[in-house]
Design a protein around this ligand. Structure first.
Ligand SMILES: [Fe+2]
Length: 201
């Protein structure tokens, strides 16, 4: 439930058909035995989270046909993994060239019913910008804003399906009350605005 006057809608549940069990099984088969930091093309976002960049690997997650039908071509995709019992400091996402990214399309993979995606009020004086880089690449992948705690919540969702989410408003994952890693399959698209994508799907 929204508790502040956010200037825009922060998320939209979408109707892209996907099989949650298939995503879960594929994840378990492909990565289930590996610690996130040891997965291929894994980027440590903090000591609490990793993003496993799937671009450049052969990865079919059963969504290619859906995207084709919609005329969508992902520019980045990966697995976003938060350790159990922890939360991320709020942050905004960035493109490969360092600009703030407006939105993402996320699919639940593991333990998404136990954690929340939370948007927080932007409080510039409490944050500082830092950047994480690809292990073998100097391009900026990600920008985060550190804070002592989770911040003042303005809205949150439990990811009970596929969601478009705003990533240009400070947001975080609260996985404090879960005993398992929370895994999301996340797709990023260039050159399509939030308004366009929310009209399309
Ligand atoms: Fe993010």
């Amino acid at each position: 439930m929204k508790v502040d006057n956010a200037p825009w809608e922060l998320y939209k549940k979408v109707n892209i058909p996907f099989n949650p069990w298939e995503l879960q099984n594929l994840y378990q088969w492909r990565f289930g035995q590996t610690a996130p930091e040891n997965m291929p093309q894994s980027v440590n976002l903090s000591d609490k989270s990793n993003i496993v960049v799937l671009n450049g690997l052969y990865e079919e997650w059963g969504l290619t046909e859906q995207f084709k039908k919609l005329g969508l071509k992902p520019t980045e995709f990966g697995l976003y993994i938060i350790k159990p019992g922890s939360f991320e400091p709020p942050h905004k996402d960035c493109t490969m060239t360092g600009e703030v990214r407006e939105w993402a399309l996320n699919f639940p993979v593991l333990n998404c019913d136990k954690g929340r995606t939370v948007w927080t009020r932007e409080e510039p004086n409490e944050y500082e910008d830092t950047k994480s880089n690809f292990k073998n690449n100097t391009k900026t992948f990600y920008q985060r804003k550190k804070t002592r705690d989770i911040g003042i919540e303005i809205d949150s969702i439990v990811m009970d399906g596929a969601y478009l989410i705003r990533t240009d408003v400070p947001h975080t994952i609260d996985n404090r009350y879960s005993d398992g890693p929370r895994v999301v399959l996340t797709y990023r698209f260039d050159d399509i605005s939030w308004d366009e994508i929310t009209n399309l799907i």
